[in-house]
Design a binder for this molecule. Sequence first.
Ligand code: ZN
Length: 338
Amino acid sequence: MKFGYSEVCLEHDTGGRHPESPDRLRAIRKTLARRHGVEYVEADPADEATVTAVHDADYVEEFREFCANGGGNWDPDTVAVEATWDAALQSAGLARWAASAALAGDAGRETPFALGRPPGHHALVDDAMGFCFFNNVAVTARHALDAGDADRVAIFDWDVHHGNGTQEIFEEDDDVFYASLHEDGLYPGTGDVDAVGDGDAAGTTLNAPLPAGSGDPEYRTAFDDLVAPVLSSFDPDLLLVSTGFDAHRHDPISRMRVSTEGYGMLTARVREAAEETDAALAFVLEGGYSLDTLSDGVGIVHEVFDGREPVVSDEGANDDVLELIDEVRETHPLLSAD
Ligand SMILES: [Zn+2]
């Protein structure tokens, strides 16, 4: 794969005990150093006009001043230092690069993956939260639409948390489909089945809040029965993956049971969905807080594009997830029978 990476993202220093630390990128780099076919690209940072296409200008200014004054705790979880402003613009710029590269034809072994931080999917139109300041995938989707590079963008979010920011930004926008598999009841508490988009955009949001304890069979079934059909029906020009690895069984902040091989299985399915709809495909890093499983996760995404066939068990999903899938099917406008 081609990995978007910049040292600027290491300067966002969240302090010694914060789970979203620069060591995450260092661990990924170390793991990728042992893989074949890894290429790094340093992209330009996003400019302010690109982020204000999504975020409220007053919020962006407030965040800029907060950093210029040395930063601090924006909220109990979300920490900034002076260098966070540049890191946040860089992280958004890396995501934008990934989409542009994919839309220009980078695919297969050249598929782009933006390794930026801070992550983005909790960032709202006018607020930072959940370690996120700019919503990197949202800024990227908006940019691709505004530039005329895509007419329809789909965002598939497999981070264990619901991407409340991404959902909010596009809930009334029928040019963008947001689909999320997340742990039910986990932070930030959004992402209910009946949140399907508003007004003309009804049907362009899909949420599957999976019960705690879900693992590879549950993720596989939810993807095949829910995510794949809506992506096929929406037919995006660009598919962005909000790529978190915090549903891993060894991640400290969730109760999910996905294995590293399970992330490989999801990667292969996402690639298949992109091929089926002829969509450009780009990955953007979100969460993942065990350094080992985060870096192994990025490693296996890379390996799948390098020719690895993930080993998938044929075990079925548990009954709780099958019930949830029925509920989503009955609720969602693109999936319900009538
Ligand atoms: Zn997360």
